[in-house]
Design a protein around this ligand. Structure first.
Ligand code: GLY
Ligand code: MN
Ligand code: MN
Length: 429
């Protein structure tokens, strides 16, 4: 394991909370993700299904978790299925979890080999009334061209047990996962701490004439050396006008003297993520205009993040943030107040320079699960990421921090990441 083990008390508690929301006499089945293949026998790697991880802590492929809290036999109430190793796997891939290790990680006493799943379930299925199954319910980007392990489980289960009731695991996990436990916040903080070291390395390394990917390499070096599992997402290293493409990540352009660079990057540590953005001048000194735009965005971040507190409605927060940015756009000479007064409210003018939302849940997913119709609550972790994008000036600026919501307000988990203009310049020069 690259990361320090998370106490299994977290997963025991998560299962208890999940079970408390299950309908009577139902079975929940959670599967791991596939190892993704690209060409021939090469693989893109493995990232665990986050709902399965949340309830078990198991970070291995071909894992299945079965929860049947109302099972007559106590031994059937929680069963973890893990991949049985053999000489071939040992020779080519190395060690897999033993049953004892799987118990230590998850806190689950009954561990079986995955090959026994169907037979074991058979005995329990006839006693139960329904199944909870997992599915990717991401708001916008649900895969439709890829069959996942979850899709296969749904198809198999419905064919084999067509007359049971079916329910959604995601409906429960999207309710539980937004409220982070102490152990989860610790992992996010570790991810943030590594990302701070990464940023400092990039600021020291940045020189006019470098390729954007050379700065990506500095991040990768620090992250890997610090025990991060991976980048939380492919980092955006966007110089000049590239920063105006919100999810630019080819990172193959030259960083030119006089340009500002936008770095949107995150660390995945123990499957928990950070997500932060900083902007800095390629040559180490902000121009007057870059300073103006940067200061505007920083003002929006400082003021907007104060709104992230219990009771705030997400839509209301975004509306307030839009007003903050709009005011700055007027100050920067990009919009004028008269035009705004007569604008079509369905097409606000600020959207030309600021076109995205500024707070998302973060945790096991970078854009973590959770309903945005639910008010902000203590224990949630949100990003705050206002931006101003001016392609005609070759400037795109976004600043992004991560905040833990507390009883009365929030704590900036990214407080130690340099952000003030003089701090950034000092580190670069
Ligand atoms: N890195 C993607 C985002 O900031 O949401
Ligand atoms: Mn980001
Ligand atoms: Mn973000």
């Amino acid at each position: 394991m690259r990361y320090d083990p998370i106490p299994n008390s977290l997963f025991i508690k998560n299962r208890a909370n999940f079970i408390a929301q299950m309908k009577p006499n139902s079975i929940a089945i959670l599967t791991s993700n596939d190892v993704k293949h690209n060409n021939a026998d090469d693989v893109m790697g493995f990232a665990q299904n986050n709902d399965l991880f949340y309830l078990s802590g198991i970070d291995q492929e071909e894992t299945i978790l079965v929860l049947y809290p109302d099972a007559v036999k106590a031994e059937n109430r929680t069963i973890l299925f893990v991949k049985e190793t053999n000489e071939h796997i040992k020779i080519w891939d190395g060690e897999k979890l033993t049953k004892k290790q799987a118990t230590q990680v998850s806190g689950i006493d009954r561990v079986e080999w995955t090959t026994n799943f169907e037979m074991t379930l058979q005995y329990m299925a006839f006693e139960a009334d329904g199944f909870y199954l997992g599915h990717n319910e991401h708001l916008k980007r649900v895969t439709k061209d890829q069959e996942t392990q979850q899709d296969r489980m749904i198809a198999w289960c419905k064919k084999k047990y067509p007359l049971h009731e079916y329910y959604r695991v995601a409906k429960i996990t999207r309710d539980l996962r937004p409220i982070k436990s102490k152990e989860e916040i610790e992992q996010i903080q570790k991810a943030v701490d590594i990302s701070i070291e990464g940023l400092k390395k990039v600021l020291k390394a940045c020189q006019s004439g470098m390729k954007e990917y050379e700065l990506e390499a500095e991040l990768t070096y620090v992250f890997t050396k610090s025990g991060a599992t991976r980048h939380a997402f492919k980092p955006i290293v966007a110089s000049g006008k590239n920063a105006c493409a919100l999810h630019y990540n080819i990172n193959d352009a030259i960083c030119n003297d006089g340009e500002m660079l936008l770095l949107d990057f995150g660390v995945c540590y123990a499957n928990y993520n950070s997500d932060t953005t900083r902007c800095f001048p390629v040559n180490g000194t902000f121009s007057d205009r870059q300073k103006e735009v940067y200061s505007s965005v920083l003002h929006c971040l400082k003021e907007g993040s104060k709104l992230l507190k219990p009771g705030m409605m997400h839509a209301e927060y975004e509306k307030n943030m839009a007003t903050l940015v709009e005011t700055e756009l007027i100050k920067l000479g990009l919009l004028n107040a008269d035009e705004i007064a007569s604008q079509d409210p369905k097409k606000p003018l600020y959207k030309k320079y600021f076109m995205h939302g500024t707070a998302h849940h973060i945790g096991l997913d970078v854009h973590d699960v959770g309903l945005y119709s639910r008010n902000i609550e203590e224990g949630m972790v949100f990003t705050c990421e206002p931006g101003i994008y001016i392609p005609e000036e070759g400037i795109g600026c976004r600043l992004e921090n991560d905040y833990l919501i507390t009883k009365d307000g929030n704590i900036n988990l990214t407080e130690a990441m340099p952000i003030e203009i003089d701090e950034i310049e000092a580190l670069m020069n």
